[in-house]
Design a protein around this ligand. Structure first.
Ligand SMILES: Nc1ncnc2c1ncn2[C@@H]1O[C@H](COP(=O)(O)OP(=O)(O)OP(=O)(O)O)[C@@H](O)[C@H]1O
Ligand SMILES: [Mg+2]
Length: 342
């Protein structure tokens, strides 16, 4: 399962530490600043073709709502047992209320979710239908979002809220999906913390000086402006990203290839994927990586140990359907299984 035997040896040697780190997740206090999204799934059974237009009529069966985008990072950290505060924006709408309720039920402090009256809660609604005996399939997706930035008073209020939390936090996570939370005041406030982990889709240089970045492969390629196609271009990209962001460490998550960790001395460490079979849905795996590695760092892990635990958590959620979360118990069971298999 774990291909490189030297990696397997390293893992076996660190096993005891890794179990201890997972046990310490519950002590961490994290502020997650995020572009919050509500994912909605509506399903129904196809009844007939409408007489108003040549379209299907579905009889509604279920509505499911789950945290998406930056809200998925928030949710993942909470399910890993840490104390989480969230800072972000929702609209003055039912979707915003739904997101707050989901968070509160998971014990997440939502005082930092501000209501922006001029922009809707970012919502992605999938409508799926099935006939009597057939599988359910998505028919259409409806997105609600604004292309405008929040008003400057909302931006400043959010930044002020972030600043007020910093002192009591062990780490700050920025989960930037490009939906308007990360304006210069919010970024500046986030970077005032000494340990800031950034998962941003673009414009990584806006977060210059953060502790660690976790771009995926396409994001890394876009940031450096060339294709990553072999070890040489990968190593160069890692160093170019460190130069661009002035970070201490960089992790490029590489989907089914696992991840690579870079430091400023030019060292590159490869962490192979822990699970390549039974992969059902990789959506949100990046959010899970950020969640588990942040909690690991707060538990005093090295960057390598944090990357390994991030990779371990991802290997669990890719087996689950939709944006998913995992728990410390599942992580320990997966680690045990991994050690026995290698
Ligand atoms: N097909 C796969 N097989 C095994 N592991 C995977 C697969 N895809 C992702 N992973 C695991 O998940 C981690 C993160 O995946 P990826 O690089 O796709 O992040 P991402 O694109 O940021 O995800 P998202 O934005 O959907 O949250 C990888 O480093 C790896 O550990
Ligand atoms: Mg991602």
């Amino acid at each position: 399962m774990v291909e490189s035997s030297s990696f397997a040896k390293q893992l076996a040697a660190s096993a005891e530490r890794l179990f201890k780190l997972i046990d310490r997740f519950a002590q961490a206090r994290i502020l997650v600043i995020g572009d919050l999204t509500l994912d909605e799934f509506l399903t129904g059974q196809v009844e007939r073709i409408s007489r108003e237009a040549p379209v299907l009529i579905l009889r509604h069966e279920t509505t499911q709502q789950t945290p998406g985008g930056g809200a998925n990072a928030v949710y993942n950290i909470a399910k890993l047992g840490a104390k989480v505060k969230v800072a972000g924006l929702v609209g003055k709408d039912a979707q915003g209320d739904a997101l707050r309720n989901i968070f509160e039920a998971a014990g997440i402090d939502t005082c930092g979710i501000l209501t922006d009256p001029h922009r809707p809660t970012v919502t992605k609604t999938r409508i799926a239908g099935h006939a009597r005996q057939s599988v359910t399939q998505q028919i259409v997706r409806v997105d609600r979002k604004s292309d405008n930035l929040p008003d400057s008073d909302v931006q400043l209020q959010l930044a002020e809220h972030i600043r007020q939390q910093l002192e009591t936090m062990d780490a700050v996570v920025c989960s930037d999906y490009g939906d308007g939370v990360f304006t210069p005041p919010a970024i500046e406030a986030a970077l005032s913390h000494w340990r800031t982990i950034v998962d941003a889709q673009k414009d990584l240089s806006r977060y210059r000086g953060a502790t660690l970045f976790t771009p995926n492969l396409p994001e890394a390629e876009r940031a450096v402006g060339y294709a990553i196609k072999d070890f040489q271009t990968l190593a160069r990209a890692g160093q170019d990203l460190l130069e661009l962001t002035q970070a201490q460490h960089m992790i490029i998550t590489r989907g089914e290839e696992g991840m690579s960790l870079f430091d400023r001395t030019g060292r590159v460490e490869y962490i192979p994927p822990f699970n390549r079979t039974e992969v059902f849905d990789v959506t949100g795996a990046g959010d899970t990586v950020v969640a588990a590695l942040t909690l690991s760092l707060c538990a005093d892990a090295s960057f390598w140990e944090a990357a390994v635990l991030g990779n371990l958590a991802a290997s669990i959620v890719v087996r689950k359907f939709g944006t998913a979360t995992t728990t410390p118990d599942e992580m320990k069971a997966a680690l045990q299984a991994l050690l026995e298999a290698s």
